[in-house]
Design a protein around this ligand. Structure first.
Ligand code: GLU
Length: 321
């Protein structure tokens, strides 16, 4: 919902965010915590936070918007951003752009497609992206790893890392190790598997709050580029493409259902966070650590469905003028 100048109605947005946070605290079904680590498994799932950063620079929050959680697969948006900045179209020689229809940690497609993962947002794809970034250097002063990129997107505010979660990611790492090795078997993995896995696990264990993630996601809103600013046009084009992948592949094999219900590009992580983008309008992060059967935050998805409905925010067109 915007006013006649296209600006978000902040009073309405605050009221909507508060109502969603209050309503969700009353629900009975909170989903299951991730079994990725004992710490995550033991989390109180009865928690919810939302933060919305608008294109005009306003921030609206409700619930536990400052609670830190591990960003897990949301980090894959930022690693893809770095890879596209550094290698542009060459990235797509190593990883596909298609929804997988399989769980995030599935290995089956990788053999069928001879070591080329279906997309950068499932584990095999993210591992290949991390392989690309592992020894990458750049001379334009840009960042080469997710943690540094996030710190710069937060204007120097430092993100944390949950060492306990990073260290106990043993279980999923057997599968991740197998995926990386299978890609290596097909000549689609250059570096030492263990070294790349460490980068990957560390980036997944970065801790941020919903408020911080919504702020870090501002660049995904797509800045309108001046017609003669080539660099800005390139950035805008890149962001559109990242958004397209978030829409089609961002919620594992629940991406179709999510697009149907919410209608916004988004990326979830098994820490319970979801980063969503309302192009040209807002960057949103919700967090509720109980997950649905796909590994997406159950109440986070519900919150985004209500937000897009009540604010009339959908990439598939507005209901009203
Ligand atoms: N670190 C997790 C893994 O590799 C990330 C899973 C996710 O959030 O999708 O299994």
């Amino acid at each position: 919902m915007t006013d006649q100048n296209g600006k978000t109605d902040i009073a309405k947005l605050s009221a909507v965010a508060d109502r969603i946070a209050n309503d969700l605290m009353e629900t009975e079904e909170w989903g299951k915590p991730s079994s990725l680590s004992p710490k995550m498994q033991g989390i109180d799932t009865h928690q919810f936070g939302i933060a919305i950063h608008t294109a005009e620079g306003d921030t609206v929050t409700a619930g536990k918007a400052d609670a830190p959680f591990t960003i897990q697969s949301i980090s894959k948006v930022f690693s893809l951003t770095l890879a596209l900045e550094m290698f542009s179209g060459k990235v797509w020689e190593r990883v596909g752009k298609e929804p997988s229809g399989d769980p995030y940690n599935s290995i089956v497609d990788l053999e069928r497609h001879e070591g080329i993962p279906r997309n950068p947002f499932i584990n095999p794809g993210a591992l290949v992206i991390n392989d690309l970034l592992h020894k990458a250097e750049r001379d334009d002063g840009g960042k080469t790893n997710v943690r540094d990129l996030l710190n710069s997107l937060l204007d120097g505010e430092e993100v944390g890392i949950d060492d306990e979660v990073a260290q106990s990611e043993g279980g999923s790492n057997f599968a991740n190790r197998a995926m990386a090795n299978l890609s290596k078997h097909f000549d689609n993995f250059e570096n030492d598997v263990e070294a790349v896995l460490k980068d990957y696990v560390d980036q997944c264990a970065i801790t941020m709050s919903s408020r911080q993630l919504a702020r870090a996601g501002r660049y995904l809103m797509v800045e309108r580029a001046d017609s003669d600013d080539e660099a800005a046009k390139r950035r805008a084009r890149r962001v559109r493409r990242i958004n397209a992948l978030m829409l089609t592949c961002g919620q594992y094999d629940g991406s179709g259902e999510f697009a149907y219900r919410v209608g916004l590009p988004a990326k979830s992580g098994v820490g319970g966070g979801i980063l969503a983008v309302v192009p040209n309008t807002a960057s949103v992060c919700v967090w509720a650590p109980g997950l649905d059967d796909y590994g997406n935050s159950l109440l986070g998805t519900e919150a985004l469905a209500r937000l897009s409905e009540e604010m009339d925010w959908s990439v598939f067109g507005a209901r009203s003028h």
